[in-house]
Ligand binder design. Structure first.
Ligand code: IMP
Ligand code: MG
Length: 177
């Protein structure tokens, strides 16, 4: 079985408009403060680069790469840190920027991991949310779009590392050989 990008769920224009709205809301909420936006690699890289250009508060950026522990496709809740932050976040406002929250296990682990470094605050901004799939009590502070439980690609999200470059969000579709 092979796969291809199928039905478009969120167009490029819808994405850009919503990202601008999120940026306005975040800029408003942190007025007079500064933030460190932390991109969770690789999926959030496209969203992050658009989002930070809409922010009007002082913004620093940093990157983390994580993977679920082990070879199992099921998230275990234990996350391996592949790349840690370069910056010291003590006393800073941390904004974790994620592509999608599914079970929530990755972000739950990450939030607790970063909180241990004594930042002033930690919030989560996710472009996409699959609330149906949640298995933790994690609640994102900023959500771009809620989506149904289908596998989606584009705008940073991949299937086997492909489709991250699409400027829109679409469903992954099976292609009959
Ligand atoms: P969680 O720990 O189950 O919340 O895992 C979230 C991670 O799974 C995201 O950061 C994505 O990398 C990946 N993921 C979940 N759903 C999708 C999807 O529909 N398309 C692409 N990646 C997904
Ligand atoms: Mg991800």
């Amino acid at each position: 079985m092979s796969y291809a990008s199928g039905e478009v769920l969120i167009t490029e224009e819808e994405l850009q408009n919503r990202v601008r709205e999120l940026g306005e809301q975040i800029s408003h909420d942190y007025e007079g403060e500064r933030i460190i936006a932390i991109c969770v690699l690789k999926g959030a890289v496209v969203f992050m680069s658009d989002l930070i250009r809409t922010l009007t508060v002082d913004t620093m950026i940093d990157f983390m790469a994580v993977s679920s522990y082990g070879a199992s496709t099921k998230s275990t809740g234990v996350v391996r840190i592949l790349k840690d932050l370069d910056s010291n976040i003590e006393g800073e406002n941390v904004l974790i920027v994620e592509d999608i929250i599914d079970s929530g296990l990755t972000l739950k682990y990450l939030k607790d991991y970063l909180k241990a470094r004594k930042p002033k605050s930690v919030r989560i901004c996710t472009l996409l949310d699959k609330p149906e799939r949640r298995s933790t009590d994690i609640v994102p502070d900023y959500i771009g779009f809620s989506v149904e439980n289908r596998f989606i690609v584009g705008y940073g999200l991949d299937y086997n590392q492909l489709y991250r470059n699409l400027p829109y969000i679409s469903c992954l579709e099976e292609v009959k050989a």
